[in-house]
Design a protein around this ligand. Sequence first.
Ligand SMILES: Cc1ncc(COP(=O)(O)O)c(C=O)c1O
Length: 357
Amino acid sequence: MHKKLFIPGPIEVHPDVLKAMATPMIGHRMKEYAELHSRVTSGLKKVVLTSNKVFLATSSAFGVMEGAIRNLVGTRCANFCNGAFSDKWHDVTLRCGKEADAIKFDWGTPVTAAAVEKALSTGKYDSMTMIHNESSTGVMSPLDEIAEVMRKFPEVVFIVDTVSSMSALKIPVDELGIDCCIFGVQKAFALPPGLAVFTANDKALQRAAGMKGRGYYFDFVEFAANDAKDNTPSTPCISQIYALDCQLQRIFAEGLENRWARHKNLAGYVRGWLTERGFTSYPADPYRSLTLTCSRNSRGIDLATLKKNLAQAGFAFDDGYGRIKGETFRIAHMGDMTHTDLEELFSAITTILPELA
Ligand SMILES: Cc1ncc(COP(=O)(O)O)c(C=O)c1O
């Protein structure tokens, strides 16, 4: 039985998008691919609001997150860490042999502009990484305030993971001055996993061009050279790019403003449902994610049993990530999800736990 996905990625994929993946194959050096590539990258630029380069990488998001480190970190990187994925990015930075410091925040709290300013004012760093939407804790950091601070440090490359937020809300990459913005497609884009997208402006590409040890697979300079011909350095996941092409048409048919509003409404609905039943939020209020809600297990529910029973009823439910598993649970509300989908989940939960009705 297929379990309907309410985990924070992968997310349910629309049948039209799945169908697009079955489009007969083409060669990536054929003109048909160049046309597809050009159409998809142009569409993505409209979603992420950039006039800079947008690249397609055949990997999960961490492939490009590692690539960004190899291409963009020169002397030393400030890794801002407020959850499991940002902690892991720091580890990846060190594993790439780069000098780096982890600037740590308590789990459940955001990266702050003040902390960014304090760290970068030391003059030690030529690059910084942060995660906009920490999926492990459901915290959305104030990107606009941080971007404001980043303007004071033009020598520092600003690298942002928007893996679980891009397309669910307005993230104007150029206006915010993000030099390299990275996201996967299995979250708010609601595509099957396996494709990652990243932007790079001139500053990022210049930094990459002078960097030793970029490797090959994620060499940003190779990506730029190939993109100039509407192509990729190595064979891309063409089926997924067909899926993205289809999903972009669906996103534009809904309208970006409507998509952003739908995500905001769904977040409000989930938060309200949980609050009415005595659950408190793991993150503090203004920093709650718009794509997934991370709730404290305030009512001491046996989450493992709930997850098992929901699975039997046809729903995939998440009982917390990493060291806050069991203490918290997460409900995703992103991609193509509607109010009705979430009502279905809540109805299944209350059937299993009538005390929550
Ligand atoms: C915020 C964030 N960053 C990075 C990742 C890693 O993405 P991937 O598994 O596609 O490498 C995830 C995955 O859930 C995530 O939520």
